[in-house]
Design a protein around this ligand. Structure first.
Ligand code: GDP
Ligand code: MG
Length: 166
């Protein structure tokens, strides 16, 4: 099995941390290059029975200028071309306006959309359950997976679940 997975989310939610865990530091450094191309491969993870190609989706943030509108459109197209989209949020911060903007774009995605609630090492389990309930009302997510990218909690499970959609 082999497939493309797009990782989106506001800055600082932990996207790079997760990628580093999955594919290793070296490859993820590529993500610091200027955003010139439409789809940037951020890393490839090859296992015995599966290959995960993680790609960035530049421009999914609220546009501040005309060019920004174009970039958002491009990002929307990208999300329809991949095998799965991972929408990562910071569970510690909860739901915010930046997340809402991305969610509106995700409504139009036809393929699988994962909600990845990161930084669960920093929150009380009750708060996590509340957040899951809140997000369930916003979108019919294919999967909802709480993780700690930093400590590695549940990240192997996330990978295993993703594999099912490649
Ligand atoms: P990105 O902007 O989405 O790529 O976010 P980064 O991966 O750069 O992470 C932003 C900050 O959050 C860094 O200081 C990370 O160490 C921290 N971080 C990422 N994942 C976790 C997590 O699961 N738990 C905690 N406590 N911190 C995290
Ligand atoms: Mg990053």
């Amino acid at each position: 099995r082999s497939g493309f997975i797009s990782i989106i989310g506001r800055p600082n939610v932990g996207k790079s941390t997760l990628l580093n865990r999955f594919v290793g530091q070296k490859i993820s450094i590529m993500s610091d290059k200027p955003q010139t191309t439409r789809n940037r491969i951020q890393g490839v993870l090859t296992q015995d029975d599966a290959q995960f190609i993680f790609i960035d989706t530049p421009g999914i943030h609220k546009p501040k200028h005309k060019l920004g509108d174009f970039m958002v459109k491009t990002a929307e197209n990208t999300m329809n071309e991949v095998d799965a989209v991972m929408f990562m949020v910071n569970a510690e911060e909860g739901y915010g306006r930046g997340d809402q903007f991305i969610l509106e774009r995700l409504q139009r995605v036809e393929g699988p959309v994962f909600l990845v609630l990161n930084k669960i090492d920093k929150i009380h389990p009750d708060k996590l359950l509340e957040l899951i309930e809140l997000y369930k009302d916003k979108l019919d997510f294919t999967e909802i997976v709480p993780i700690s990218a930093l400590e590695g909690n549940n990240t192997a499970h996330l990978l295993e679940t993703l594999k099912g959609y490649l």
